[in-house]
Design a protein around this ligand. Sequence first.
Ligand SMILES: [Zn+2]
Length: 520
Amino acid sequence: MERAVLSQVTSGTIRGVEAYLVRVEVDQSRGLPSMTVVGLPEGAVREGRERVTAAIQNSGFDLPPRRFTINLAPADVPKNGSAFDLPIALGLLAGTGAVRGDWLAEACFVGELGLDGELRPVRGVLPLALRCREQGVRTLVVPAANAKEAAVVGEIDVIAPASLQQLIRHLAGRERIASARVDPHALFAEPGGSATGLDYADVRGQELAKRALEIAAAGQHNILMVGPPGSGKSMLARRLPGILPPLSLAEAVEVTRVHSVAGRLGAGQALVAHRPFRAPHHTASEAALVGGGSWPRPGEVSLAHHGVLFLDELPEFRRTALESLRQPLEDGVVHVGRARHSVTFPALVMLAAAMNPCPCGHYGDGAGRCVCHEGQVRRYTQRVSGPLLDRIDVHVEVPALPPRTLLARGAAESSASIRDRVIAARERQHHRFRSSPGIYANAHMGPREVRDWCALDQAGETLLRTAIQKLHLSARAYHRVLKLARTIADLRGTDAVSAANVAEAIQHRNLDRTRAHAAV
Ligand SMILES: [Zn+2]
C-alpha cells in the first residue's frame, strides 16, 4: 500500500492542570475517500471529522478524494477534546498544498472549528502556553477568545485568529494578525477588591463573628459559624475573600490554570486576579465538590484554590460528599479518577462553613423558641462528622441580632482596614516559616512547629490547663487552641503568646465548650 506522511503539526492536550505537546501527523493512501483519526476517543473523532471537513469546505478549500489517516502522537498520552480540529485541518490543507508545511513549523496550534470555519475557544490554553514556553515553542496559535489567557504567559508569540480562513491568509502573508499582548501586572493595579466585591463595612453588629473571621483569615484557619437563620452567616462568609491578602501573580496563574482546564474563564479573560469564592449548594455531589468524570475535571474545592470554599447548611450536605473533602482539606491537593486516568488538582482552600444550631434553628437562643427534642439537636450536629470538625480551627456563634443593633447608625470597620492587619500577621508567618517547606500559615503547623512557636508563659500555661480540665479538650483541640493563640499574637504583632491570647483562642472554640457542656 502506498503511504506517505503529508504533514506534521504541533498541538497540545491537557491532563489535570498540566498540558502536553502532541504531534498531529497526516498520512494519505490510495483507496476510498475517508478520514481516520488514531488516538482519540470515538465520539470526539466522529464529531471532529464532520466539523473539520465542513470548516475546510466553507473556508473555500477542497480536499482531494483520498484516504487520510491522522495520527496523534505520542500514543500513550490520553487525549481529549475538540482542540485538535485546527491542527488536523491545517495538516490536511498542508497535504493539498493550500498551506505550506514550513509555515506550520515552530508553532503550536489549538482550536475548535465551527462548521463555517470560525475558531471557537478551548479549555486549558494557559497551561498549554506555559508548556510551550518551557519547551521553546516560539508561537502559539489559539482562538481569538483565548488570546489574553495565552498572552499572560509572555515570551511566546500569541496569534489569535477569528477563523481558519483568516489564519491561512496570515500564514500566507496576505493579512497580518497582530500578536496578542497582556500586561499581567496591570491586572493587579487595583490593590483592593475581591471576587465578591463585598465589604464588612456593610455588616452591623456581629463583632465577635467578625473578629473570628479576621483571626481565621490571618492564620488561614478553617472556620465554622453556628447561628439561627437570618443572623447573617452567609453575609459574613461572602466578605471573607475581601480581607485575605491579594493574590500574587504566581498564585493567580495557579488559580487560572484550574479555571482554564475547567472551562470557567470568561471569553477574553486573561487571569483570575482575585481570590475565588465558591459556594456549592448542599445537594452537590461528591464529583461536583472534589472533581471527577471519565475525563477528570476539577471540582469546587479546586475552583476555590487559593480562595474560600463556603459550605452553607453544613449538616445538609451528603455525608459521602463531606467525607470526600477531608483528604483535600488535609493535603491541599485532590486526586481524581482511577488508575491510568487519575489526575491531581490543587485544592489549597480556606473552608468557611455555616450551620443552624438545630433543625428549627432556634436552639440556645435564650427565648425558648426551639421546638426540637434533645435527640434531634444531637443527631443534627452529629451529621457533621468529628474528622471534618477536626479540620476546623475556629468555631463561632453568630446569634440573632437585637433590633437596636440593626438600626444603629454609622458604618462598621471596612474590609480594607481589617485586611491591613491580616496582611501584617501573614508577613510575620511568612518570615517564621521561611525555612519550613509546605507551611506558610499558622493553620498548617504540625505538633513540632506548635512546640517551637507557641510556647506559653506561666500564666498562659495555667489558664490552658484549667480550660483543658473544665472543657475536656482533646489533644487535637489543645493544639488548635495554641495555633489560634499564635495567630492572635501575630495580629497583635508580638512574638510571645500571652494568657490573654489563649483566653481569646478558647472563646473561638465554641463547639468544644458546648460539647463539654452537653457531656456534663
Ligand atoms: Zn430547634
